[in-house]
Design a protein around this ligand. Structure first.
Ligand code: USQ
Length: 406
């Protein structure tokens, strides 16, 4: 297949591009390199040293003889350029990662809220709009989030996208329907993914577009089979308070001797998936497109659920790290239960990689190798969900410890 990977320079976009290229597909990356600009804005860098996208694709070609093509296009702003590229290349499938993906970044200030909404909603809409305009029947696979469902305890398993409901009619009958699971976003970022769902629903119904939405959990790990092949193919690995996600942050914190930063009681239960499984799921989704005029296909792309404090304890046990409980900068349930259905990917043959001490220690070792690149002052999560919460943020979780050491 000819596949366009929108956002193919990012944390999952890059390993996905390699995985698909390795599987024999013709891969074209479209990316505005915003993730690199945001690193510059925040004054942080990936724990792992990353080369330019042009250099990465050159190394991939030298290693495998396969080409990955790169195009500098901003989906949210360069509509005409995007349309021109799609018209010339007419890909069979499109994987859409081209969105700002960090909840804390989206909540930093009014400017970051505006940027996240404008960027994410426009990039998705521009893509859908162009497909219709060009009469292009490419299968669109979008990286959504488990966060569209919200994290309140329901006491029932979260279905894959659609909820069966009974509606009482005027004459007292009950009719059955399946509706999109009620959206319950917990951040501006998560809200944009809820808005994406509505855009997909409309374009599938109105124009018959073939769309798959992947509701992904928190990704952990950094390497995939392909990124391991060469030092310069290495994936990015975020540790900072805005872009680092919880499990990867704990692993890096363990590696650099920083206390594991648990927000609140750590009773938040979340869904997780290893990055290797993430790229496999995307390939499975590409192989199983919905029919034209069918409703949007939705998969829950996760393999297990864990409570934040249990993760911290597991990592403390294997690494000897200490744990600190911090005031939670987010407005979220302190404790929640989470049961999630993921039968569809399992049915398509996904054999999940689950959290095991051996695998976690391996990631701590990767982190130790690059520990010299960490700026410890960028570890704390200081983006607060409300002005009141901002006043409670702990800007220096290891401060006391450092003082007692000196
Ligand atoms: N947390 C801590 N300590 C930390 C960092 C986070 O206790 O140092 C807690 C947070 O308060 C939250 C949970 O861990 O309760 C998860 O936070 P996260 O930063 O790992 O994940 P989140 O902000 O939800 O976002 C990430 C990705 C996003 C993806 C989402 C999937 O950045 O792109 O959509 O995970 S999900 O969480 O399932 O919605």
């Amino acid at each position: 297949m000819k596949i366009a990977v929108m956002g193919g320079d990012g944390f999952i976009g890059w390993p996905t591009s390699l995985h698909l290229s390795d599987a024999g597909h013709e891969v074209h990356i479209l990316d505005n390199l915003s993730r690199r600009w945001i690193d510059t804005e925040l004054g942080v860098q990936s724990l792992t040293p990353m080369d330019s996208i042009q250099e990465r694709t050159r190394i991939w070609h030298a290693e495998t003889g396969r080409r990955i093509y790169f195009n500098l296009i901003d989906l949210a702003k360069d509509y005409e350029l995007l349309k021109k590229w799609l018209a010339e290349h007419r890909p069979d499938a499109i994987v859409h990662f081209a969105e700002q993906r960090a909840a804390p970044y989206s909540m930093k200030s009014d400017r970051h809220k505006n940027y996240t909404v404008n960027n994410n909603v426009s990039s998705t809409h521009n893509l859908l709009n162009a497909l219709v305009e060009l009469n292009l029947d490419a299968h669109l696979v979008h990286l959504g989030t488990m966060g569209v469902y919200g994290y309140s305890t329901v006491g029932a398993a979260i279905p894959e996208g659609y909820l069966p409901v009974g509606i009482e009619t005027a004459d007292g009958q009950t009719v059955s329907q399946e509706i999109l699971y009620p959206a319950n976003p917990g951040s501006i970022y998560h809200m944009t993914k809820c808005l994406d769902q509505l855009l997909f629903q409309f374009y599938a119904k109105n124009d018959g577009l073939r769309i798959t939405d992947l509701h992904q959990g928190i990704v952990w790990g950094t390497h995939t089979e392909q990124t391991r092949r060469h030092e310069q193919l290495i994936n990015r690995f975020d540790y900072d308070g805005d872009y680092g996600t919880v499990l990867n942050r704990f692993l890096i914190q363990a590696a650099i001797g920083y206390p594991l930063t648990v927000h609140g009681t750590g009773g938040q239960t979340r869904a997780f998936i290893h990055i290797q499984d993430s790229v496999r799921c995307i390939e499975l989704a590409l192989k199983n497109p919905p029919q034209r005029n069918a409703r949007v296909e939705i998969f829950n792309q996760m393999t297990e659920t864990h409570r934040v404090r249990d993760l911290a304890e597991m990592i403390a046990k294997i690494s000897g790290a200490e744990i600190v409980r911090l005031p939670n900068p987010r407005k979220e349930a302190a404790e929640n239960e989470l049961i999630v259905k993921n039968d569809k990917f399992l049915g398509l043959g996904l054999d999940p990689i689950t959290l095991k001490a051996g695998l976690l220690s391996e990631i701590v070792d990767v982190a130790k190798k690059y520990a010299y690149r960490v700026d410890r002052s960028r570890v704390p999560a200081v983006s607060a969900w409300t002005k009141d919460l901002a006043a409670t943020v702990n800007h220096d979780p290891e401060g006391k410890r450092l003082k007692s050491v000196s």
